[in-house]
Design a binder for this molecule. Structure first.
Ligand SMILES: C[S@@+](CC[C@H](N)C(=O)[O-])C[C@H]1O[C@@H](n2cnc3c(N)ncnc32)[C@H](O)[C@@H]1O
Length: 386
């Protein structure tokens, strides 16, 4: 190794469940589903109890929530509140007006990001550590990515996504999402970091939910900075991984134990010689035609795999769209895809299965994950129809 080589990450410890999901034991996927339905029901009740003008005003002003969260994170407030701390001290440390700061803290208190007591002491909550810069879950990166001007500008012209070929992100930022990111490396790195938080979680969940004992070599298509494979390999050290990513993402990727990176275009060709091909939060970026093309490339690569023979598989992980609209993360993700991509969306299990079959894959089974997402396992199946 020379002084110019990137540092090697050796035998990483898997991240702890507490850090990634905030729980000490993984709930069964059914429990997540019941909890989410209950929360949606309580939300409906809460809204039903308010008269229409109050509901309109609450909806119009809902954008204050991410704005206040981002403002507090930019002041590093979550990093400063590690135990009870007086507002006056926080204000002095930040060199800001204590009364104005209190107003944001009162807002934060109602959202549970922090707790403000009657003596003007600010306390951390269960959520506060997750907002800190160095928290191992890395979820704060989402606050930074979502607060970016490019994201805000596309949300401000969401109606531009409505024509059949509409692209609100391009209308607002002159370039489609991934082309824009390639041209703005700082924003792309912020996006990679946000993706890595979810990837760590999916690595943990897939390590437990999927059978890996007969697998040897896993390709993560659009696998971001390799965080998912790194976590998976920490749980199953016999595995080796390869990330297929855009060249600029590969250039930023840290060196990871037993993970190699290949720069390329997933629509053109995929690494061969793997027994498992993952598409995690990737299909939802694309319309049906492009998603089928990606699945076809994965099916071709799986069919060419001598390592696994007929056992080669393609695993798709995305949020699960509900037939009836439900106030859950899948609905938020679907609306975000409408704003950021030229045709991406969340899909039902049946819709993903139909795309997989059109690409020549055969459904093995699907498995709901404790995050509320769904993993759909395909075998390599027959040759794709012409
Ligand atoms: C929504 S992110 C998901 C990242 C990761 N799988 C995860 O779950 O965190 C989609 C990824 O696809 C990558 N990507 C976009 N277009 C691609 C292409 N043509 N070929 C390969 N990767 C691509 C992006 O760089 C990005 O990392």
């Amino acid at each position: 190794m020379t002084a110019l080589d990137p540092p090697q990450v050796r035998s990483p410890q898997p991240p702890r469940l507490q850090d990634v999901l905030g729980v000490t034991a993984l709930p069964p996927a059914g429990a997540t589903s019941v909890t989410n339905r209950l929360r949606a029901l309580l939300g409906r009740l809460r809204r039903a109890m308010a008269p229409p003008p109050a509901r309109i005003m609450e909806s119009v002003l809902a954008g204050l929530e991410p704005a206040v969260l981002a403002a507090l994170c930019r002041t590093d407030l979550p990093d400063r509140v590690t135990g009870p701390v007086p507002v006056a001290k926080l204000a002095a440390d930040l060199d800001v007006d204590p009364h104005r700061l209190t107003r944001l803290l009162r807002f934060a208190h109602t959202r549970g990001w922090l707790r403000l007591d009657r003596r003007d002491l600010v306390h951390p909550t269960r959520l506060t550590p997750f907002l800190r810069r160095e928290h191992p879950g890395g979820w704060r990166a989402w606050v930074e990515f979502a607060a970016g001007h490019d994201v805000g500008a596309s949300l401000a012209v969401l109606e531009r996504a409505l024509p059949p070929d509409g692209d609100a992100f391009e209308a607002a930022n002159d370039l489609p999402f991934f082309t824009f990111m390639a041209a703005h490396p700082e924003r792309h790195a912020s996006f990679d970091a946000a993706m890595a938080a979810g990837a760590r979680m999916h690595g943990l969940l897939l390590a437990r939910a999927i059978q890996w004992s007969t697998s040897r070599r896993v390709c993560d298509i659009g696998g971001g900075d390799g965080a998912l494979l790194s976590v998976l390999i920490a749980h199953h050290p016999h595995l080796h991984g390869v990330v297929l990513e855009l060249p600029e993402v590969v250039a930023r990727m840290p060196s990871r134990h037993q993970v190699t990176a290949q720069a390329g275009d997933a629509f053109q060709a995929l690494p061969t010689g793997c027994d498992t091909y993952l598409l995690v939060n990737v299909l939802h970026d694309w319309d049906d035609a492009a998603a089928t093309a990606l699945l076809s490339r994965a099916a071709e690569a799986a069919r060419s795999s001598e390592l696994a023979g007929p056992d080669a598989r393609v695993i798709v992980v995305d949020s699960e769209a509900r037939r009836r609209p439900t106030d859950d993360l899948a609905l938020l993700a679907d609306t975000l895809m409408l704003a950021l991509t030229p045709g991406g969306r969340e899909r039902t299990v049946a819709e993903v299965v139909a795309l997989g079959e059109a690409a020549g894959l055969a459904l093995e089974r699907h498995r709901r994950l404790a995050s509320g997402d769904v993993a759909i396992v395909f075998r390599r199946g027959r040759n794709a129809p012409e």
